[in-house]
Design a protein around this ligand. Structure first.
Ligand code: MG
Length: 231
């Protein structure tokens, strides 16, 4: 009887061992929004060498004093392509608030060149809810308006899961967006249907990856500290 219990305990211990998940790999965190050790740093304030104009040329936005600024030369495209990923990006609308609605500090962060998290000056400035700052443009308004004043730096932390083909190879399973603005949850795992895109700037490759695109909407929006972790 004693032997029987010993054998049973050994089997149980083995089963527990088998169920144990793999040890998480080590990532060194950054300080105050700076990139963790496993991030692709797409803009660290120096130059736009990780970006193109989407037509085979260099990205031509103005870079000065650690900041990239929209200057009317068109959208810019990351050279590296991403599938599921985590994005950290800091942006500031112009300190002098000109225009209104969609014409005030408009830019945007496009995942795979097609799903836009809106950048806009929505501080005491109204537009349609699914087009204001932090909206998944044309699909979901942000849960709250947590915008800082014009000219002040703001952060988006975006968790993106791309739409993917289902096992049947025919249907496309929805992806999702979760977004924090200035540390506050504004998009809570909202679905991304492949068909819900409002604009397409980048192609998704056969591997299911596409570029990150920053929008030139004609307003001098500034960017800094942009990094991405593939998930
Ligand atoms: Mg926009």
């Amino acid at each position: 009887m004693k032997t029987c219990w010993l054998v049973l305990s050994a089997v149980a211990a083995l089963a527990l061992q088998a169920a144990e998940p793999p040890e998480p790999r080590i990532v060194t965190p950054g300080q105050n929004g700076s990139p963790p050790s496993d991030a692709s740093v797409l803009f660290d304030g120096h130059d736009l060498s990780h970006w193109t104009d989407g037509h085979g040329g260099h990205a031509k936005w103005k870079v000065a004093e650690g900041v990239a600024e929209v200057n009317g030369t068109g959208n810019i495209f990351s050279k590296e392509e991403f599938g599921d990923c985590q994005v950290h990006v800091e942006w500031a609308s112009p300190a002098e608030a000109n225009g209104d609605g969609q014409g005030r500090g408009n830019s945007g962060v496009y995942l795979q060149g097609r799903y836009e998290i809106q950048v806009l000056d929505s501080y005491q400035s109204k537009t349609y809810p699914d087009g204001q700052a932090g909206a998944f443009y044309g699909n979901f308004a942000p849960l709250v308006n947590v915008c800082r004043k014009p000219g002040e730096w703001q952060a988006y932390d975006i968790i993106f899961h791309a739409p993917k083909p289902a096992d049947d190879g025919k249907t496309i399973l929805p992806g999702s967006f979760t977004v924090l603005q200035n540390g506050v949850l504004i998009q809570d795992h909202v679905p991304i249907k492949a068909s819900t895109t409002a604009a397409v700037f980048g192609n998704v490759s056969a591997t299911g990856k596409g570029p990150l695109v920053l929008q030139d909407h004609g307003n001098p929006v500034r960017y800094r500290n942009l990094w991405v972790r593939s998930l």
